[in-house]
Design a binder for this molecule. Structure first.
Ligand code: FE2
Length: 469
């Protein structure tokens, strides 16, 4: 036994010194590689005086389980010396066994700690995450940290078509698998989905036509509420070793949590889409009150989005601003159609009625807690940068940025659309008019961003995206 295998030299010397002292006889331990461990009192001194040859030291083998790990030796050849050696061997065996148990236990503690830290790290990351792409990236990073594999694929199942498509894959295989579609009824998917358990598939056993060659791959079905939602495939460990059963058990245990997080994000995505289409339907209902402004809300939303991107606003904020832009004129639901559709100029009293729509819009949304910010932006979309707008005569940066963005998008689309009292104006002319109003009606910084978008897109400002006009 090499000294580094189980004990340090100091530990063995310490044990031998203690035994020598207790038994009042100099003892030595010789491991299987011939390394010699002894206390200060070397038994070879007595041996040499008896026989002159260290190989004739009295020796008794020492075992760890069934394996012989060395000898305990002394220079006393009497029956008493023999008895002492046997007792020393038993003591050393007990000591070695104890050390081995401690070492095994330590390794087990380290393994359990690593497992728990992976579970904790993944759970805390996935718990609050609702974006599918981010979830998949985090899952792959954490799993790769534990397994260390060359290739990972994460495929999600489309329930309607029954096909699996790639949601995430390792960069080097992207080109080969990115557009891959596999029926969930194809093997080995069908069998693994039926078993709902992790499987290790060695080379040659994968389904024919699976586009990635591998030596060994771990296939992990992602199951939540007893339904398969996808498959994670981790292939070929970087160190060339096989997957250990502990690793397989750990990934199997984690797969439920991963599947639940993905399912939750998919549901959130669906609810978000449903919500947005409801809002769009509502926006269409507003536009439908006035055939002249048909599609106005959607176009204002598109232009607002383009300005937001030009200003570099974060994605989540842009979504809310688009929502506010879609609903900016919701208060017109309460405005009489005879005023909205009146050909010719409005009387001052009729203008006052029209001017109520920002407050009415805010009132309609006031009961929805999640839309309190959106409500404030809608209330202020007719405020002017110089404080001469309505309803609050708020100035400059006191007007929320989303309201300043929507105001510009709204004005541009209104002037470039047909109205009961005038024809649509030429986009270039509208830009000239708006240019003069930057700093008075419009926030000059936001207008600059809008102008950059306009100069890139020209008159095709909105039709590029929505085809409404
Ligand atoms: Fe408005």
């Amino acid at each position: 036994m090499a000294e580094t295998e189980l004990f340090s030299r100091d530990k063995i010397v310490g044990a031998i010194t203690e035994l020598s002292g207790k038994m009042r006889l100099p003892l030595a331990f010789i491991d299987m590689e011939g390394n010699y461990f002894t206390s200060g009192d070397d038994p070879r001194g007595q041996e040499e005086s008896l026989h002159g040859d260290e190989h004739s030291l009295r020796r008794v083998p020492v075992y760890l389980g069934r394996e012989m790990v060395g000898f305990v030796a002394c220079g006393d050849g009497t029956a008493q010396g023999e008895a002492i050696l046997n007792a020393a061997a038993v003591s050393l065996e007990m000591l070695f066994r104890l050390e081995k148990e401690i070492e095994d236990l330590s390794a087990e503690i380290v393994r359990v700690y690593e497992e728990l830290s992976l579970i904790y790290s993944l759970s805390s990351k996935l718990g609050a995450e609702l974006d599918i792409a981010t979830i998949c990236l985090q899952v792959v990073e954490e799993i790769n940290r534990v397994l260390g594999v060359k290739t990972i694929l994460l495929m999600l199942l489309d329930e309607k078509s029954g096909t699996l498509s790639i949601q995430y894959c390792t960069e080097k295989v992207r080109e080969r698998v990115e557009t891959m579609r596999v029926a969930s009824s194809a093997e080995p998917f069908a069998q693994i989905f039926a078993r709902k358990k992790c499987v290790v598939i060695p080379e040659g056993e994968a389904a024919t036509g699976f586009p990635l060659p591998f030596k060994e791959a771990l296939w992990v079905p992602l199951v939540t509420d007893n339904r398969n939602i996808g498959m994670l495939i981790a292939a070929d460990k970087v160190n060339g070793k096989e997957f250990r059963s502990q690793e397989i058990k750990l990934i199997d245990a984690l797969s439920g949590e991963i599947a639940a997080a993905i399912k939750k994000a998919q549901l959130y995505e669906r609810i978000k889409k449903l919500f947005m289409s409801t809002v769009e339907a509502l926006a269409s209902a507003i536009d439908a009150k006035d055939p002249y402004t048909y599609g106005h809300s959607r176009r204002v939303a598109h232009i607002s989005e383009a300005i937001c991107r030009e200003l570099g606003l974060p994605g989540e904020e842009i979504q809310f601003i688009e929502l506010a832009a879609l609903l900016h004129d919701i208060g017109k639901i309460g405005t009489p159609e005879r005023i909205l559709q009146k050909p010719g100029r409005l009387q001052p009293k009729e203008m006052e009625v029209i001017k109520e729509h920002p407050l009415q819009g805010a009132h309609i949304l006031s009961t929805i807690d999640e839309l309190q910010e959106v409500m404030a932006w809608i209330r202020q979309h007719h405020e002017r940068y110089d404080g001469r707008g309505y309803p609050g005569k708020v100035t400059a940066e006191d007007i929320p940025l989303p309201a300043r963005i929507i105001a510009i998008a709204d004005s541009y689309d209104a002037m470039t659309s047909d109205r009961p009292y005038r024809k649509a104006m030429n986009p270039g002319k509208v830009m000239d008019i708006m240019d003069d109003l930057a700093g008075s009606q419009f926030d000059p910084h936001v207008f600059k961003a809008f102008k950059s978008v306009f100069l890139r897109r020209g008159a095709r400002m909105t039709c590029e995206e929505d085809g409404v006009r």
